[in-house]
Design a protein around this ligand. Structure first.
Ligand code: PMP
Length: 431
C-alpha cells in the first residue's frame, strides 16, 4: 500500500536512515517491506558485494563456486536437524512455489492447507496460497478470484483482522493467559472441521507464517501452531514455515519464527531479510523430502548467484557480530512498551502487538466498535509521520494496521524519536 500524495524519491540510504533528493532524512521503520535486515548499505555487506562483483557474477547452478559452499555451510549451522538440504532462489514467491512443489511430489497429494490472512506470494501458484481477499480480487494477479474460489486450497480457521471476534481480541486474550486459551481451542476445532473434509492421506502440506506479516502482524494463540502441525502430520501432510518476514532473528527471542512455537517444520522458506535488499531466497528441507525432487523438474537460473551468496554470508556474519537478534529483542520490547502507552492514551489505537522488531499498531474508529479507521485518516497520519521524518508500513485487509519492521540495527533513541513523532500525528488526528 502506497500512501504518499506525491512519490517519495529516495536518493540514498545508510543503516536505518533514508534521504530524499531534497536532503530530508527519514527513519525507515519498514525497511523496504521487512527486507533491509542489517541496515541500508551496511558497509560489511557492501564490501562483500563489491569484492564478489569484481571476481565472478554468474555461473548458474551447473557449476559450483566458493560463495555458494560458504553460504550453505553457514546457513545450515543455524537450522535444526533434520533440515539439511538447501535450494536457492530469488524471491519469496519462488521459494514458496518450490516448497509447495516439494510437498506435492513428496506426498503424492495435492491439497495445501493455509490460513486466512496468510500471505505467501503473488506468482500464479502462491496466489492460490495467499488468503487475503484484496490481493485475490485484483484481476492483475491473473486469477481475479475470491479466496473461497480457489479449489486447491482449504481455508484454515484464521479470520482476517477485520473480523471483530477474531485476531485483535484473540491476541489480547492470548497475551494474558499463557498456558490456556479458549481461542486456541476454537481455532483447533475449526481446523479439525476443515481437515475432516479431506480424505485421509490426501493432504500434501500446510503453510503458515509464524507471525502473519502482510495481514498486519497477527499472532496465533499460544500452542495453536504446535497442535496444528500435529493434526496436519496425522493427515499425512508436511509442514512448511514461511519465514520470509520472521526469519534471521527478527522476532528477537529466536533466530527463526517457528522456534517461538516450539515446532520443527519439514520445509522452511526464506527471502527478504536474507539478502538485506539483494534479490535472494532459500528453501531448506530434509534429505528425505529433497530426494523426491528427482521425480520432477526443477531449475533456477539465478538461484545461488555468487554475488547473492556473498551478500547472504555477510548478512549472517553481521547479524551475529553486531548482536542484531538480541537488539531485536531489547529494542522490540522497549518499542512495544512505548507504543502501549500511546494505545492507552489514544482512542484510535485499537491494539499494539508483535514480537521483537515485528510490530503492528491497529488503528480503529474507537475502542468499543473496533471498526477500522477509515483509509483517508490513516493516510493522513502516515503523511504526517513522513513529513516529520518517520516512514511506517501498513497492512491488514483495510490497511488499518501500521507495520513497524525496521532494519534490525535501530536504537532506543530512534524509538524515542519515532514514538514522539507518532504522538504528535495522533494528537493532530484526534483534535
Ligand atoms: N511470504 C511472505 C510471508 C511475505 O511477506 C512475502 C512478501 N511480502 C512473500 C512470501 C513473497 O515474497 P516476494 O515478494 O519476494 O515474492
Amino acid at each position: 500500500m502506497t500512501f504518499y500524495k506525491k512519490p517519495l524519491l529516495i536518493h540514498q540510504g545508510y543503516m536505518q536512515w533514508l534521504w530524499d533528493f531534497e536532503g530530508q532524512r527519514y527513519l525507515d521503520l519498514f525497511a523496504g517491506i521487512v527486507t533491509v535486515s542489517v541496515g541500508h548499505c551496511h558497509p560489511r555487506v557492501t564490501v562483500a558485494a563489491q569484492k564478489q562483483l569484481s571476481r565472478l557474477w554468474h555461473t548458474t547452478s551447473i557449476y559450483m563456486h566458493p560463495p555458494i559452499h560458504e553460504y550453505a555451510e553457514k546457513l545450515m549451522e543455524l537450522l535444526p536437524d533434520p533440515l539439511k538440504v538447501l535450494f536457492l532462489a530469488n524471491s519469496g514467491s519462488e521459494a514458496n512455489d518450490l516448497a509447495a512443489m516439494l510437498a506435492r511430489v513428496y506426498t503424492g497429494s495435492f491439497d495445501i492447507v493455509t490460513f486466512r490472512g496468510g500471505y505467501h506470494g503473488v506468482s500464479p501458484y502462491t496466489m492460490g496460497l495467499t488468503a487475503i481477499s484484496n490481493w485475490k480480487q485484483s484481476m492483475a494477479n491473473g486469477f481475479g478470484c475470491h479466496p473461497t474460489m480457489c479449489p486447491d486450497v482449504f481455508r484454515g480457521p484464521w479470520g482476517g483482522s477485520h473480523c471483530r471476534d477474531s485476531p485483535v481480541q484473540t491476541i489480547r486474550t492470548c497475551n494474558c493467559c499463557p498456558g490456556s486459551c479458549d481461542a486456541k481451542d476454537k481455532y483447533i476445532l475449526q481446523l479439525k472441521d476443515v481437515l475432516s473434509t479431506c480424505v485421509p492421506k490426501q493432504i500434501a502440506g500446510f503453510i503458515a507464517e509464524p507471525i502473519q506479516g502482510v495481514n498486519g502482524t497477527v499472532q496465533y494463540p499460544k500452542g495453536f501452531l504446535k497442535e496444528a502441525y500435529q493434526l496436519i502430520r496425522e493427515k499425512g501432510g508436511v509442514c512448511i514455515a514461511d519465514e520470509v518476514q520472521t526469519g534471521f532473528g527478527r522476532t528477537g527471542s529466536h533466530y527463526w519464527g517457528f522456534q517461538t512455537h516450539d515446532v520443527i517444520p519439514d520445509i522452511v522458506t526464506m527471502a527478504k531479510g536474507i539478502g538485506n535488499g539483494f534479490p535472494m531466497a532459500a528453501v531448506v528441507t530434509t534429505p528425505e523430502i529433497a530426494k523426491s525432487l528427482t521425480q520432477a523438474h526443477h531449475f533456477n537460473t539465478f538461484g545461488g548467484n555468487p554475488v547473492a551468496c556473498a551478500v547472504g554470508s555477510a548478512v549472517l556474519d553481521v547479524i551475529k557480530d553486531d548482536g542484531l537478534q538480541k537488539n531485536c529483542e531489547n529494542i522490540g520490547t522497549y518499542f512495544l512498551v512505548e507504543l502501549g502507552k500511546l494505545r492507552d492514551e489514544f482512542e484510535s489505537i485499537g491494539d499494539v502487538r508483535g514480537k521483537g522488531l515485528m510490530i503492528g499498531v491497529e488503528m480503529v474508529k474507537d475502542k468499543t466498535s473496533r471498526d477500522p479507521l477509515p483509509q483517508e485518516e490513516i493516510k493522513q497520519i502516515w503523511e504526517d509521520c513522513k513529513d516529520m521524518g518517520v516512514l511506517l508500513g501498513a497492512g491488514g485487509i483495510y490497511s488499518q494496521t501500521f507495520r513497524i519492521k525496521p532494519p534490525m540495527c535501530i536504537t532506543k533513541e530512534d524509538v524515542d524519536f519515532a514514538v514522539a513523532v507518532f504522538h504528535i500525528a495522533l494528537q493532530r488526528h484526534e483534535e
